[in-house]
Design a protein around this ligand. Structure first.
Ligand SMILES: [Zn+2]
Ligand SMILES: [Zn+2]
Length: 409
């Protein structure tokens, strides 16, 4: 403990040591094989985790610990246990992410680097419970074994994406993010974004759930992290002495089976056994079918309007049987709720080639052409007759809908 001005609450107090990445992450690394690496190659080493200074007071650290504990219990360990993506969360998740990323900006500030003062101050007053959050575009990307088993662009990909800790402010393709990567998680915030890069990764400040599909729709961002993996481990390798390398091997050889069975061992083994093939940025837009959630790449798909969706009996049949919405009171209520949600969709629907047969479309080439226009405008195009179906169906057609919804068995 030492006295000083706390960077968060600005009060003069006893200051505690602070890190960007929470302690439980390092504990997890150690327990899952990190003990075999004790040197520069050490995944336990706090790569880029430079705030070891006395910058925050005990009370502010305690506040952050609460968010960290919530994250450990509700997201970190559940996801590592079964790769679950449907995790539910509340505002604690956003608070945790902001507290981590704010400390990364703080590190830049004390190092005299660009620290995005406006965002920094906004987050600071939010964390002090003073102000409404302005810069709330934050994301969580769940990392799994995202590369195929057989090929990868460099020999460090698995190690980086499954285990490394890394934080930075990155400028990629004219967009800027601040990120923290640890274990199988990537959290980040948009500091200056011009493109639609991310889908299904947004974190909201309230009760919510992650969607089924998540992806980063900008190959240059993937490329940045792949390069980063290589740079970080190459740097570590260049620093390690022969003597230290021998030490690591000796440690592993004491009980090789234990090592190769550990999470660290498995990720190294995936790296070793993969063929190295360069990563090509695929510029085509990637997206999912709004009905079956299968992913597609340009130019597959059709763009439909909400009124074309709601009048399809086959569609409702598919939804009701998939969700087990029966015709008892409860089932009917669920049908109605679902209908209200679907029928109020103001944006067009993307339907894959398999699902299109559910719809009775008069001129399918037109819907295909809409899709192409949607690509060329990067998702901004809206065909006419989008939005509320009541405006585009005649009275007779509208009258038939409730009967259809309740009648499907
Ligand atoms: Zn404080
Ligand atoms: Zn589909």
């Amino acid at each position: 403990m030492r006295k000083g001005i706390c960077q968060l609450c600005d009060k003069e107090k006893d200051l505690a040591e602070s890190h960007i990445i929470p302690k439980f992450v390092y504990r997890w690394m150690k327990q899952t094989g990190g003990k075999y690496f004790r040197t520069a190659l050490n995944p336990n080493q706090r790569l880029q985790d430079g705030i070891k200074n006395y910058l925050l007071c005990f009370d502010c650290e305690q506040k952050f610990s609460k968010y960290e504990k919530w994250f450990a219990d509700n997201i970190f360990f559940p996801h590592l246990k079964n790769s679950s993506k449907f995790l539910e969360y509340d505002e604690n998740l956003g608070n945790f992410i902001i507290s981590v990323l704010w400390r990364r900006l703080l590190l830049n500030k004390i190092n005299g680097q660009e620290y995005f003062e406006k965002v920094f101050n906004d987050w600071k007053s939010y964390l002090n419970n003073e102000d409404v959050l302005q810069n709330d575009k934050i994301h969580l990307f769940f990392l799994g074994d995202i590369w195929g088993e057989n090929t990868q662009p460099n020999e460090f990909v698995h190690r980086y994406f499954t285990r490394a800790t890394d934080t930075n402010i990155a400028e990629i393709d004219n967009d800027i993010i601040v990120f923290a990567k640890f274990s199988r998680f990537l959290v980040f915030a948009e500091l200056n974004i011009n493109k639609q890069n991310f889908r299904g990764t947004n974190v909201y400040f309230g009760k919510s759930k992650f969607p089924f599909a998540q992806y980063i729709d900008n190959g240059k961002i993937s490329l940045y992290f792949l390069d980063r993996a290589e740079k970080i481990y190459r740097l570590a390798l260049s620093r390690i002495s022969e003597e230290e390398q021998v030490k690591i091997l000796t440690e592993i050889n004491k009980n090789p089976e234990n090592f190769w069975d550990s999470d660290a061992g498995k990720s190294v083994s995936s790296d070793i056994n993969s063929e190295i093939r360069p990563y090509k940025v695929d510029e085509r837009i990637k997206y999912v079918c709004d009905i079956c959630l299968d992913s597609m790449r340009e130019p597959e798909g059709h763009l439909l309007r909400t009124y074309e969706i709601v009048i399809s009996e086959k569609y409702w049949k598919y939804i009701f049987s998939n969700n087990n919405f029966g015709i008892d009171k409860e089932g009917l209520k669920k049908r109605l709720d679902y209908f209200i949600e679907v029928s109020s969709s103001p944006t067009p629907w993307i339907i894959c080639d398999k699902c299109i047969s559910m719809f009775d479309i008069k001129d399918i080439e037109k819907n295909k052409a809409y899709m192409n226009k949607w690509f060329s405008t990067k998702g901004k195009f809206r065909p006419n007759k989008c939005g509320d179906f009541r405006n585009y169906l005649d009275n007779d057609e509208i009258k038939k809908i409730p009967e259809m919804i309740a009648g499907i068995n």
